[in-house]
Write a protein that binds this ligand. Structure first.
Ligand code: FUL
Length: 489
């Protein structure tokens, strides 16, 4: 046997001696379903606000708009999808019906729709075109169907609930797979209501019968994610600026939540004691308004502002739902496309090179001293491999040492969320000339946390987890040097 073969045989022998892999950590009581994990992994998704408001220059239509005003001169739904895909979005959500009640599809339950508009001589179906374009560009399709309807004569009575359910049935049976349905919290007030022109108030707790609606939706589309203030799958972040709290738990309790009347600070931070896993979603528009207004062409958020929002949403364990409102032509305006494209370049450049890759990670403890739980697992991109400590080890401390000093200003940390969300307090140190120096402290991590720190230059970094609700487990640590173009002006 040559010495090479002997070494090979010995290594195989040693490998075969390592005890069989120990079981995974026991998951927390509240964990996300595989569908919700896949949903969270989309990270960046887009919103399309488009209806009669685009033509009347309003944010909320009163409900008395003539369908004849819906007349986009060059509607190009594929341009929406192409733009979203190029920006890294994984899904688009279209306002199939906003508060004004106008339907972008030819619903058989109302005359207030595209079928009475000049668009394609009343033969058009924007929802159908939208779903097909999403499919073509590899995006998931989502729909917004406003519960509040300022056009419908029966709004406020049980007859409207039947109408609303019929519309849901149309949308969820005629267009293939819909990945998300968006239930807006804005509800009840003045409107046209079939000519009554009055104020109608509803009881938010009882009027819609949400339980039945949710059951209907799930029955029609078992994999759909339902968004509202109160979930059940995805919840509003509590503001329309696109920011999650610096502490953000994906767990939350829904008992005290009401669609349209939930406490915004509770939604913004989640709840470490929460009994359900509901993904947080940060909605914000690329412009001041949700709908297109020509006088906002110069007010499109800059790439730097969008990057800031990205760090405050995706970088805080939530999804970013960014609105791109088509203009009167029916396409996303050039200024918005430019800003979005430059935003994508900024983020891609800043997070292009993970300086921790290929380095060596060590820890004060790793579970059963088994390679399955090695700290080295935090340096790969597999969300299922992770570093874990033995039980009750605090602080749990992980160190990365480099051969030469490196400079970085972005730190990405991820928990293996299939085991639940655990960490509630951490500190980050770097090795300075006088020894360890704390440069950042934080609370939650979750699916993904990206910390922006002033640039540091060091040979060693240490992450200390000082509090968690269960044994510590981390799936990823990444270090990046951002492009200076990201700076807010
Ligand atoms: C709000 C609505 O009133 C706005 O018009 C917009 O649709 C936004 C996303 O949700 O509640």
């Amino acid at each position: 046997m040559t010495s090479k073969n002997l070494i090979l045989a010995l290594s195989l022998f040693i490998l075969s001696c390592e005890s069989p892999p120990p079981p995974d950590l026991i998951p927390n009581a509240v964990v996300p379903s595989p569908t919700l994990i896949r949903y969270q992994q989309m990270e960046l998704i887009g919103f399309i606000h488009f209806t009669v408001n685009t033509f009347t220059d309003k944010e909320w239509g009163y409900g008395d708009e003539s369908p004849m005003i819906f007349n986009p001169s060059a509607l190009d739904v594929e341009q929406w999808a192409k733009t979203a895909q190029a920006a890294g979005m994984k899904q688009l959500i279209l306002t199939a019906k906003h508060h004004d009640g106008f339907c972008l599809w030819p619903s058989k339950y109302t005359e207030h729709s595209v079928k009475n508009s000049p668009y394609q001589q009343g033969k058009g179906d924007v929802v159908e075109e939208f779903v097909a374009a999403c499919k073509k560009y590899g995006l998931k399709a989502g729909l917004y169907l406003s519960p509040w309807d300022r056009n419908h004569k029966d709004y406020g009575t049980p007859a409207y609930i039947t109408y609303y359910k019929n519309q849901l049935k149309e949308l969820l049976t005629q267009y293939g797979e819909i990945n998300e349905i968006w239930f807006d919290g804005a509800n009840g007030g003045d409107g046209y209501y079939g000519g009554a022109n009055e104020v109608r108030k509803i009881d938010r707790d009882t009027y819609y019968g949400w339980e039945e609606i949710i059951a209907l939706v799930k029955n029609l589309q078992p994999n759909i994610k339902i968004f509202s203030d109160a979930g059940p799958d995805v919840h509003w972040i509590g503001n329309e600026k696109g920011f999650a709290g610096t502490t953000f738990w994906s767990t939350i309790s829904t008992e005290n939540l009401t669609i349209g009347a939930s406490k915004t600070d509770y939604l913004n931070s989640g709840d470490p004691e929460g009994t359900k896993w509901i993904v947080g979603q940060c909605d914000v528009s690329i412009r001041p308004g949700w709908f297109y207004h020509a006088d906002q062409d110069s007010l499109v958020k800059t790439p730097q502002q969008l990057a800031d929002i990205y760090y405050k949403s995706v970088g805080r364990n939530a999804l970013l739902l960014l609105n791109l409102p088509p203009d009167k032509r029916g396409i996303i305006h050039e200024n918005d496309v430019k800003s979005l494209t430059d935003f994508k370049t900024l983020i891609d450049t800043s997070l292009a090179t993970d300086l921790a890759k290929g380095q060596t990670a060590t820890a004060n403890n790793y579970r059963l001293k088994h390679s399955k739980f090695s700290p080295q697992n935090t340096l790969d991109d597999d969300p299922l491999t992770y570093w874990a400590t033995d039980d009750d080890i605090f602080p749990a401390s992980l160190e990365i040492e480099f051969n030469n000093k490196i400079s970085f200003d972005r730190i990405m940390i991820q928990e293996p969320i299939h085991l639940g969300q655990r960490v509630s307090k951490f500190e980050i140190d770097i090795m300075g000339t006088e020894g360890w120096m704390t440069i950042e402290t934080g609370t939650t991590i979750g699916y993904k946390r990206i910390l922006r720190i002033p640039e540091v230059n060091t040979r060693k970094i240490r992450l200390r987890i000082t509090e968690a609700n269960n044994t510590v487990a981390l799936s990823k640590i990444g270090l990046f040097k951002s492009t200076s173009n990201e700076a807010l002006h």
